[in-house]
Design a protein around this ligand. Structure first.
Ligand code: OAD
Length: 268
């Protein structure tokens, strides 16, 4: 395990404010570590141009109420409002590209013998950047399925006045995302828990770490002896419990880390 872990207390993670500065023992450790997991959140896609949820000014939840748009009750009450909101976000996702942070994680996947990318993001940008082993905990906004029979569909009518319906059972179509109050996909969650427990290094990147069960993965990793590294624009509830904290943009810190560890320059 990482040589200095025992000397790191809960109140005193290695907190690095300067982007290009990485402790040399961390660099050496990352060169030889075998099992790595990374949990990502909306912050990773922020530099691609997608809005986060909880940033005070620009976050989606600063403008909209999740209970009006992201719950099964909201869909039952006003399916058109919910469908339109996700259709609007789907178009935003289709219009953007992965950023240097996504591509850095793709490179990291090639370097570690075992690498699991666990994401709360529904935008598919990790896969678009080429990362292969991605667990989508909250679904994918680009997929659509029937709210009744669950059948997936890639095409639906373009009538703007009503929510499209399933060809098979006439149920309403909905985005294949996890809403508040719904269970996470079982296999993805189980695999994420296993990967977190197995990880020698666990990265928490661009997530506020307040939505469970995803938020508990870093702690599960830590309990099993993993070195926890947080990369975030701001402190989060995980910050005091992380072994290393890098404050700044993931699209800048991750390429700098890949450069420092493997001397590889990430380009879009
Ligand atoms: P949040 O909006 O809660 O948190 C985004 C985090 O990214 C914040 O801590 C920001 O400080 C940080 N951040 C912003 N820009 C960044 C950047 N360029 N580089 C690094 N960090 C940056 O988003 P999530 O944690 O993903 O769930 O939210 C978790 C879940 O809550 C989402 O999956 C969604 C939401 O409600 C559902 O819809 C079910």
């Amino acid at each position: 395990m990482y040589p200095d872990t025992n000397s790191i207390t809960d109140d005193n993670p290695h907190c690095v404010e300067t982007l290009m500065e990485f402790p040399s023992d961390l660099i050496l450790f990352l060169r030889r570590v075998e099992r790595v997991s990374a949990l990502t959140g909306a912050g990773v896609s922020q530099e691609s141009g997608l809005r986060t949820f909880r940033d005070t000014q620009s976050g989606l939840w600063a403008q909209y109420r999740p209970e009006d748009l992201a719950t099964p009750d909201a869909f039952e009450r006003d399916p058109k409002l919910v469908w339109d909101w996700y259709a609007f976000r789907r178009e935003a996702v289709k219009a953007v590209r992965p950023n240097l942070g996504h591509y850095s994680l793709t490179e990291m996947e090639k370097k570690f013998p075992e690498f699991t990318l666990i994401t709360q993001n529904v935008d598919g940008l990790h896969q678009l950047a080429g990362t292969k082993n991605v667990l989508e905990l909250h679904g994918n906004i680009l997929r659509v399925r029937c709210a009744v029979c669950g059948r997936f569909t890639e095409t639906w009518g373009s009538d703007l006045d009503s929510v499209p319906r399933c060809d098979e059972c006439d149920g309403l179509l909905r985005p294949d995302v996890v809403w508040f109050g719904e269970s996470l996909p079982r296999l993805e969650l189980e695999s994420a828990v296993t990967a977190s427990r197995r990880a020698q290094v666990f990265f928490s990147i661009g997530t506020s770490g307040v939505v469970h069960p995803a938020a508990a993965l870093a702690l599960a990793a830590r309990e099993n002896g993993s070195v926890v590294i947080e990369i975030n624009a701001e402190p989060t509830p995980l910050t005091p419990r992380a072994d290393f904290v890098f404050h700044g943009k993931s699209g800048e810190i991750l390429p700098a880390l890949v450069k420092a560890v493997w001397d590889i320059s990430i380009q879009v």
